[in-house]
Design a protein around this ligand. Structure first.
Ligand code: B12
Length: 435
């Protein structure tokens, strides 16, 4: 009569939840040491008994005491060979709770909770549990990327700190690196270069693209985030890519990406791009040369295959002359505009500078809107900034003075109705809402 605790009853995800072991570690033990020896369902799924779960806990406890797994396994076997039950005297844990398939939503919430508590062990356990239930792609997109969006939104709303955001992104980054390293060797001949445009420090999208494309068998050279363009020539010489892929998360880096696209177009290499900012503002893509990769990560490999197999070169829309002139004039007169700003709204201007808004400072947004050829983009970003001020209880009057200061500076160098004058109107309109 099979004893209850040896009845094969629990799937891999229950074992992972109960013990915290990573699915690939458990599979490796089974492969290398033949322990534990789960039953298999007709569908080939592993089924573990309560005794298996206690054995795994026993082996993990020995490891925590400093034993290597081989030693722990050998001890387990020696005790059994001596007719002793290694689990005798061990506290018997309550029977594992059956668990319906944990929804990605539930797993993401558990992961976000863990990272906000700087609880790496729990975050890792949830990620491993997800890998037992879902594909690598589903976990990276549904837990990693979606989890980061949630953490980012909490930072924006002032309910999470930038340190929690750094902790979370470091965990995701490490997981993506590990999975990239574990990807089988390429099976396709094409070489793809992945790089973050200048000033783009958000590295996770590039890592995810590298993982997705390597898992589809392409040779992927990942240059990482914030790649400057000096000496890019040598890198292109050495790697001879069939395609270059870039992503941007902010308006300013959408503008540096646009410059990068021009550099690449002149060298006759295919270019593809994507990113949060292009989902938020589709019109920001208007004057960027290259293939847009769409908004869905799942479709990226298919899109890339189409680009590599296809012959069509994307349409080239060059930036209208009035924007080229406005951008030239803005960059030329920026010091004068900011000098006048410091005079007119010195205190407020310093308040903004101390916030170290960096990529999302009004100046960067103005320059980016001109480079991307759509002044209306500034309105959306000024509203992002105003809400940021509200969420973080920052002085709206300071933002108002600075926007009006920039508007006055722009009017000084603008021609009637040109993009600079239109930008000044947008700033005045948005400032009027900041009471
Ligand atoms: C992680 C993170 C950081 C990390 C980066 C760590 C790293 N090494 O990567 C750190 C903490 C360093 C950081 C810093 C900053 N960050 Co940040 N960051 C993020 C966060 C949370 C995730 C970034 C990311 O990986 N995004 C990619 C995925 C997760 O999200 P997504 O872009 O929304 O993508 C969705 C779609 O757009 C689409 N998608 C996105 N990219 C692509 C690409 C392709 C090819 C496809 C098909 C689809 C696709 O898929 C996703 C949905 O499935 C985002 C929040 C967010 N929503 O992006 C903020 C965010 C991008 N950061 C933001 C800001 C403002 C900053 C800072 C300027 C803040 C500051 N002043 O310090 C600094 C930048 C400093 C600097 N020098 O630039 C803002 C930008 C807002 C704006 N108006 O542009 C965001 C949006 C946060 C927010 N909610 O406001 N950041």
């Amino acid at each position: 009569m099979e004893r209850e605790e040896e009845r094969p009853a629990y799937g891999l995800q229950v074992v992972v939840r109960e013990t915290g072991i990573r699915p690939d570690t458990l599979r490796a033990w089974e492969r290398r040491y033949g322990l534990p020896r789960p039953h298999r369902t007709p569908g080939g799924h592993r089924l573990y008994s309560r005794r298996d779960i206690e054995m795994i806990r026993w082996l993990l406890a020995r490891q925590a005491e400093g034993m290597r797994i081989q030693q722990a396994i050998a001890l387990w076997r020696a005790l059994e060979a001596a007719g002793q039950d290694p689990l005798r005297g061990m506290p018997v844990s309550p029977p594992p709770r059956e668990m319906g398939p944990a929804s990605m939503e539930a797993l993401r919430q558990a992961w976000v909770e863990a990272v906000l508590n700087f609880n790496e062990e729990e975050a890792d356990r949830v990620w491993s549990q997800a890998l037992a239930l879902y594909s690598v792609e589903q976990v990276c997109i549904g837990l990693g990327i979606a989890g980061m969006i949630e953490v980012g939104e909490r930072w924006y709303r002032g309910t999470a700190t930038v340190q929690q955001e750094h902790f979370a992104s470091a965990l995701v980054s490490r997981r993506l690196h590990a999975m990239i390293a574990a990807t089988p060797p390429p099976i396709r001949p094409e070489r793809i270069l992945v790089a973050g445009p200048p000033q783009e420090i958000h590295a996770l999208p590039g890592l995810l693209i590298t993982l997705l494309l390597r898992r589809h068998g392409w040779i992927v050279v990942d240059l990482g985030a914030d790649v400057p363009f000096v000496q890019m020539e040598e890198a292109l010489e050495a790697t001879r890519p069939h395609l270059i892929v870039m992503t941007a998360q902010t308006l300013y880096t959408a503008a540096t990406l646009a410059d990068a696209a021009e550099f690449i177009r002149r060298r006759g290499i295919r270019f593809a791009f994507g990113g949060r900012i292009f989902q938020r503002y589709p019109e920001a893509r208007r004057y960027i040369w290259g293939h847009y990769l769409g908004d869905r990560w799942e479709e990226v490999p298919q899109q890339v295959l189409g680009i590599l197999m296809g012959s069509d070169s994307p349409p080239t829309l060059s930036l209208p002359t009035e924007y080229l002139e406005a951008l030239r004039r803005y960059r030329l007169h920026r010091p004068q505009i900011e000098f006048r700003l410091a005079q007119q709204a010195g205190e407020e201007f310093r308040t903004l500078q101390e916030l170290d808004l960096d990529l999302v400072s009004p100046d960067r947004m103005l320059e980016a809107s001109l480079r991307l050829g759509v002044v209306e983009l500034t309105r959306g970003e000024m509203r992002w900034l105003a809400d940021f001020f509200r969420y973080h209880q920052l002085p709206l009057p300071a933002l108002r003075s600075v926007l009006l200061g920039y508007a006055a500076g722009l009017r000084q160098i603008a021609d009637p109705g040109d993009p600079l004058a239109r930008l000044a109107s947008i700033l005045e309109e948005e400032a009027s809402d900041l009471q």
